[in-house]
Design a protein around this ligand. Structure first.
Ligand SMILES: Nc1ncnc2c1ncn2[C@@H]1O[C@H](COP(=O)(O)OP(=O)(O)OP(=O)(O)O)[C@@H](O)[C@H]1O
Ligand SMILES: [Mg+2]
Length: 256
């Protein structure tokens, strides 16, 4: 059995606005396992982003608990939570959200200087290696505005792993990309996962979800289904098609 990294126990989240309470997540129980590439799918508004934010300590929970390696994080002070996020978690969003007056290299390296017990020189070496791995060598000294959306998102993926996180949380990381850039970002995430990186990715897209080895289906704030798949291997078109057909059949059974 793989070790559990993140666990939700009867996790509930609601928002109150104008005196009206909206229940977004209801008693969600789930575990994210070490080395897994977990995808979270579900209709728009089902609570996928909210779930990701609660699991990663970016948002507070209304009831229930979130555990990181067996310890509750829901009652951590904001400073301790920030430290946990900086040292242990990586984040990728739909938009790259790079710092506009830093080069791509600096965008990757700067959050890396927060890594406990690592020298600045060691961080720069890690950032340089990531620049190569993300195929950004020719653009590392450009500002984000001088690069394409795909390059910016590859930079955001590099930034998410500069501190060697235990888990990378990604919320529709290819949602704003064209197909070519989507495939590039997916293959980077797969490469990281093949090297042992745990990933939890929200997506609407079956082509993205098939890269995962586990898919959770969220509907109306409740986990309605779970599909385990063999680890994804870079394969030919027929392999991809068969995998997509399997996921599509499963989604159809959930009235997707
Ligand atoms: N800060 C907030 N205040 C009030 N309601 C919110 C807030 N954030 C989210 N919601 C509501 O919670 C529900 C779930 O939102 P969430 O963004 O988690 O859905 P989602 O599954 O990620 O949707 P999408 O696929 O469109 O990104 C929605 O009805 C949304 O309007
Ligand atoms: Mg969302």
């Amino acid at each position: 059995m793989k070790p559990i990294i993140i666990q939700a126990e009867r996790l509930s989240k609601s928002y109150a606005a104008d005196g009206v309470q909206t229940h977004v997540l209801s008693n969600v129980d789930l575990a994210l396992y070490e080395g897994d590439f977990t995808a979270v799918m579900g209709p728009s508004g089902s609570g996928k982003s909210t779930l990701l934010y609660c699991l990663s300590g970016m948002d507070t929970v209304t009831a229930g608990d979130v555990l990181y390696r067996g310890s509750s994080i829901t009652s951590l002070r904001e400073q301790d939570m920030a430290e946990l996020r900086a040292q242990r978690f990586g984040f990728v969003f739909q938009q790259a959200h790079l710092v506009s007056n830093l080069t791509l290299f600096e965008n990757i390296a700067v959050p890396g200087y927060l890594k406990a017990g690592r020298s600045a020189a060691a961080t720069r070496a890690v950032a340089s290696a990531l620049v190569d791995r993300m195929d950004l060598a020719g653009d590392a000294h450009h500002l984000p505005s001088q690069t394409s959306g795909g390059q910016q998102q590859r930079c955001a993926v590099a930034r998410s792993v500069v501190n060697g996180p235990d888990v990378v949380f990604a919320d529709e990381p290819t949602g704003a990309l064209n197909r070519a850039n989507t495939l590039e970002v997916l293959s980077l995430l797969c490469e990281l996962n093949a090297a042992g990186q745990s990933i939890c990715m929200v997506t609407h897209d079956v082509q993205c979800a098939v890269r995962a080895n586990r898919i959770l289906y969220l509907e109306d704030g409740v986990i309605k289904g779970e599909l385990d798949l063999p680890a994804y291997l870079e394969g030919d078109a027929a392999y991809l098609k068969a995998r997509e057909a399997q996921v599509n059949a499963w989604l159809s059974s959930l009235s997707w």
